[in-house]
Design a protein around this ligand. Structure first.
Ligand SMILES: CC1=C(/C=C/C(C)=C/C=C/C(C)=C/C=O)C(C)(C)CCC1
Length: 297
């Protein structure tokens, strides 16, 4: 089955599942998916970095590792000391990352307008989710930043990104024949996301998008980049090399859970943790896409 069909079939399966699952069960399923595939898709960053920079020396690898850990620690400190700025930066970086993953391979060249489209698309997806779960999102943001954002902080960016997305979409339909061919399908995807986000709980909706539309396609790209092609053997190799990093992340999250579970702060801490491991990951993936030859796109 083609990757694209898989994503649509699994999305409708999840929509059907949502009608059967209680909110608690949705949350548990979301955490299981995020902790397995979600974390796994970012757990091979060092291996990717090694291939991107094409170094085999241990000292160079240690240098990368040091840089990587510094970025993680910097993000943690930023969340601790300046949480508003950290969260704002996390949303901006994530928006670009989601958009880049979704659209890469569908554009020949990454011009400025294409990059701004990646950003608008990812931003719109995030705010579509937030729009349907304003109370919960506001609550988590309050726990992270100690600041209660007014409703407009969600609705205004949502509508602005919607308008920008439509304008940029019209521009590409008019100027890019490849884009024109897939435009209707992409609008259909957006309607599927809107349906998912509307009927699911916040975490479950986020997990469906994050896992099936982002993490799994990203892992397929990474396996192809690392081993030349996608097959199950290559995928097992990928899982094997990601294992230790994945385990350390799970250990970190478990520690957070035991510290914060009684204070109802866990959701907030969970996203701060996700941010800490996401920031270097986004940088690695931008580099990975950057070193892929244009003909591969
Ligand atoms: C869903 C959600 C949030 C944002 C999460 C983001 C932006 C996640 C990005 C993850 C990435 C990019 C992972 C790596 O690939 C907030 C604002 C914390 C509020 C509560 C709900």
């Amino acid at each position: 089955m083609k990757n694209r069909n898989f994503k649509i079939v699994i999305s409708f399966f999840c929509i059907w599942l949502t009608t059967l699952l209680s909110k608690e069960f949705q949350n548990i399923s979301a955490f299981i998916l995020i902790l397995s595939f979600g974390i796994l898709h970012g757990a091979n960053d060092i291996v990717l970095l090694n291939k991107i920079k094409n170094v085999n020396k241990k000292s160079a690898l240690l240098k990368f590792l040091f840089g990587y850990i510094s970025v993680v620690l910097f993000t943690v400190m930023l969340f601790y000391f300046l949480p508003e700025i950290a969260l704002f930066a996390f949303i901006i970086i994530s928006a670009f990352h989601f958009g880049e993953q979704h659209w890469t391979g569908k554009f020949l060249k990454k011009t400025l307008i294409v990059k701004s489209f990646f950003f608008t698309y990812g931003f719109f997806i995030l705010f579509l989710l937030f729009y349907f779960h304003q109370i919960e999102v506001t609550d988590i943001i309050l726990k992270i930043t100690n600041f209660k954002i007014p409703e407009e902080f969600i609705t205004i960016p949502f509508f602005i990104s919607l308008v920008l997305l439509i304008l940029e979409g019209i521009y590409f339909v008019a100027t890019n024949s490849n884009f024109k061919k897939i435009a209707i399908l992409e609008v259909f995807h957006l309607l599927v996301f809107a349906l998912i986000f509307k009927i699911t709980g916040l975490m479950w909706g986020f997990a469906i998008y994050f896992i099936f539309w982002h993490s799994i396609p990203s892992m397929i790209d990474q396996v192809q980049y690392l081993y030349g092609s996608w097959d199950w053997n290559h995928f097992f190799k990928y899982c094997k090399s990601a294992f230790w990093f994945w385990l350390i992340s799970i250990f970190g999250i478990s520690v957070l859970y035991f510290i914060f579970k009684d204070e109802k702060l866990f959701d907030a801490m969970f996203f701060a943790f996700l941010a800490a491991i996401t920031v270097p990951h986004v940088w690695v993936i931008i580099n990975m896409f950057g070193t892929k030859k244009e003909s591969e796109n």
